[in-house]
Design a protein around this ligand. Structure first.
Ligand code: GLN
Ligand code: ZN
Length: 768
């Protein structure tokens, strides 16, 4: 039996170093390439990744994780084990993409965030009954294809407990976890097939065990894991099993998994995980030792969530601590899949040189894991160059003026501690804001208007120098003008400038704030073929000059109506960036908060009387563990309040959030203390407003048009939704708006839908 490699990674980006898979997928969906061409490029991308991983040092058998997926790894596992999908032996592309993207017969699976990352997975829907028929051929093909190219890879599946814990019940069905015993049998079948194909190691990822979920308590999940793995590991016809637990620290699940005795157990020992749970490394060592099962402890010491070069000496001390605590078999790995970071720093040509030396993306992280494994065996001299580089990065980063800005630190230090509040209170502000003279049930939009092919072309031409600064600005101004004219024509009450100058609502601010750097090629998969390029917070953040004022002023000059200023809030800026690991997140949040407060002041100065601060990511950063949530919500709310704190009472502050499941954060949303809050509500048919009644005093704009689809809602339907909202929200507090920004929509449906929205509002006002 092959023993576990001395170092590995939890997973690797799959879109390709130059987003080859994205391009192949989109060409295939658009019909530009046929199925055979698509299949063969997906095949080459996988093999190129394996070859690169081997070159980077993952050359031992089973060191390379085959966590491959055409669209999503949760979909891959669900189909392979038969949790969803048909029962034909082969899983064809038509079936696969129908589940991922929908077709004429079915809507796609719902998509939601994978733990607290920015990756979205497809949520399997699980009925109470019906056969679970595994279809192992797909995973066998993956293994065989790699083998034919000379790579002995480690097949990857999401584990059964996590798969069900992250599924949702089909219409009317009970808790998906009720089907765990049946599903476990399906995994056993797939594992047996892998064994028969000669596979000696398989990986089952069980991150559900590091989070507090509503479907089961920590103890219940641990019990499920104990039962499931007793069944899976209790048979001999299977490969050796690595159970991995990325995204945080195990609690009850730790003893359960250690006692189950897999041949290898991976734990997340990233700096942030240990900072949140100081005794974790010690508990892990004790649990593995106490279990006495000869399990290899796969120590995820390389941070897979962030882009900073590891402090190798400090990381080595964590590994040595495990050894001293009696862990006999130790391997080095990343804390989570490297899927969450870009491919390589080598892909960046215009990062400041000092900053480049501080960063490690996926490929560099593999080098770090390799160096640690060498040092563990032969001391730091065995990887002297790597340690020297790490020492230099740690030193120069600590000393750099780029990371520390004393003026910013002094300003934030002078802020009052604890929660802050805008004065006067909401009731008095409502009175003051009557001066805005808004009609009953005011209509507005969330900010962006369609990003047309022309805007994207202008942006590209600007980047390549075809358009100079002035020409580019002119093109954008024309766009703003036409967006304002359109809104006037449609009769909207509170206008927006349309955000044509923003490629992305976070990147735009990151480029204008000090303390950030942006990458050229730092793409990270968000879902399917979609990738984002998160900016990096390198140091103390400040605002060298006004960022949005010129656009707002220009737009306002074109209309007698109010034009909203449009800002992205601190939490969202941080949620969609790579953040610092040398200060708590709350410090960066405060800094961004005061920088944006200056922007609010400048907008007011320029005559803008309504300002929206978007916080669509407020819920996304919610810690996986319940006991960490109050502290997070406290600083998150504070940072938002800092933005608005000095706003004049007559300035109306809006906020926007993109989802309707408020459950856990409803109080925090109310605590933002915005004057107007817009939220997603069309899909739930305004039902959520029933729960909002007690918590919300502010005005509210429950989106009545679901902008996630090109469908144009009828006047009748919109009228009904406004009336439904009025059941729970008094007339004086209700706004009429779409669910979210219109950036991804086309102009045809935008115009019709907004026209219908205004008509519906008029009909309702008439009937009051
Ligand atoms: N103002 C942004 C827009 O309209 C808000 C986007 C969002 O909520 N994600 O595009
Ligand atoms: Zn939104």
């Amino acid at each position: 039996m092959t023993s576990f490699p001395s170092f590995t990674i939890e997973g690797y980006p799959r879109v390709g170093a130059n987003r080859e898979l994205k391009k192949a997928l989109e060409s295939f969906w658009a019909g530009r390439i046929d199925e055979e061409t698509f299949t063969s490029s997906a095949h080459s991308i996988r093999l190129e990744n394996y070859a690169r991983l081997r070159d980077l040092g993952l050359d031992a058998d089973y060191a390379i994780p085959a966590d491959v997926a055409l669209y999503d790894h949760v979909l891959e596992t669900s189909l392979t084990v038969g949790l969803i999908g048909g029962d034909a032996e082969e899983i064809d592309l038509a079936e696969y993409f129908a589940l991922a993207r929908g077709n004429a017969e079915r809507s796609p699976l719902e998509m939601t965030k994978w733990f607290d990352t920015n990756y979205h997975y497809l949520v399997p829907e699980v009925a109470d009954s019906g056969a679970i028929t595994p279809r192992a051929q797909r995973i066998l093909d993956i293994v065989a294809e790699a083998k034919a190219a000379g790579h002995v890879v480690r097949p990857y599946l999401v584990g059964p407990v996590t798969l069900l814990a992250k599924s949702k019940p089909a219409e009317g069905a009970g808790n998906p976890l009720n089907r765990l015993a049946e599903l476990t049998e399906a995994y056993k079948t797939v594992l047996a097939a892998l064994k028969e194909a000669g596979v000696e190691w398989v990986q089952l990822a069980e991150p559900a065990l590091v989070s507090d979920l509503t479907v089961a308590t920590d103890e219940e999940l641990a019990q499920h894991a104990a039962d499931t793995y007793a069944a899976i590991l209790g048979v001999t016809n299977r490969p050796q099993v690595l159970i991995s637990t990325p995204y945080g620290s195990l609690r009850a699940g730790l003893e359960a998994l250690a006692q189950a005795g897999p041949e290898a157990l991976h734990v997340d020992l990233a700096p942030a995980t240990l900072a949140a749970d100081a005794g974790y490394a010690g508990r892990v060592a004790a649990a593995v030792k106490a279990a006495g099962k000869n399990t290899v402890l796969v120590a995820g010491v390389i941070d897979g969530r962030n882009v900073w070069a590891a402090d190798l000496r400090e990381r080595l001390s964590v590994l040595e601590g495990l050894k001293e605590a009696g862990v006999e078999k130790l391997a080095v790995s990343s804390s989570v899949s490297l899927l969450h970071v870009p491919h390589t720093v080598a892909g960046e040509t215009s990062l400041p040189v000092d900053v480049a030396g501080w960063l490690s993306f996926a490929d560099e992280k593999i080098g770090e894991a390799k160096a640690l494994s060498a040092a563990l065996a032969g001391g730091t001299v065995a990887a002297a160059d790597d340690f020297a580089r790490s020492d230099r990065a740690v030193r120069t980063r600590t000393e750099s003026a780029r990371t520390h800005n004393e003026a910013v630190q002094a300003r934030v230090a002078a802020l009052p501690a604890g929660q802050v509040a805008r004065q006067p209170e909401f009731a008095a502000r409502v009175e003051a804001q009557k001066a805005l003279n808004l009609p009953k049930l005011p209509t507005t939009t969330i900010g962006s208007f369609p990003q047309t092919a022309e805007i994207r072309k202008a942006r590209a031409d600007h980047r390549t120098g075809v358009l100079n600064e002035e020409q580019y600005t002119e093109a954008l101004k024309d766009e703003v003008k036409s967006v304002i004219e359109l809104q006037e024509r449609l009769g909207l009450d509170v206008l927006v400038h349309g955000e044509p100058e923003r490629n992305d609502m976070v990147q735009y601010f990151a480029e204008l704030l000090d303390g950030f750097v942006v990458t050229e090629n730092g793409w990270v998969q968000s879902y399917g073929s979609r990738c984002t390029r998160p900016p990096i917070v390198v140091g103390d953040v400040s605002r060298p000059e006004a960022m949005t004022v010129e656009w707002a002023k220009y737009a306002q000059s074109l209309s007698e109506k109010h034009v909203k200023g449009m800002l992205t809030g601190p939490v969202t800026i941080l949620a969609w960036s790579f953040v610092r690991d040398d200060v708590p997140l709350s410090v960066s949040a405060d800094q961004i908060g005061v920088a944006l407060a200056d922007e609010v002041a400048d907008l007011e100065e320029a005559g803008i009387e309504i300002i929206q601060i978007d916080e669509p990511a407020l819920r996304e950063l919610l810690p996986l563990r319940e006991d960490a949530r109050p502290e997070y919500l406290d600083w998150a709310v504070r940072s938002f309040r800092l933005v608005a704190i000095d706003a004049k009472p007559t300035t109306q502050i809006h906020t926007h959030l993109c989802y309707s499941e408020f459950g856990q954060i409803i109080d925090a949303v109310a605590a933002l203390d915005a004057d107007v809050t817009s939220i997603e509500a069309a899909r739930s048919r305004m039902e959520l407003l029933e729960d909002l009644e007690d918590s919300f005093h502010s005005e509210i704009g429950p989106g009545i048009w679901d902008i996630h689809s090109p469908r144009v809602p009828s006047v009748a339907e919109l009228t009904e939704l406004i009336k439904a909202a009025l059941v729970n929200v008094p007339t004086e507090r209700l706004w009429v708006n779409p669910d979210c920004g219109l950036k991804t929509r086309g102009y045809a449906e935008t115009e019709q839908s907004l026209r219908n929205m205004v008509l519906a509002r008029d009909i309702v006002v008439e009937s009051l």
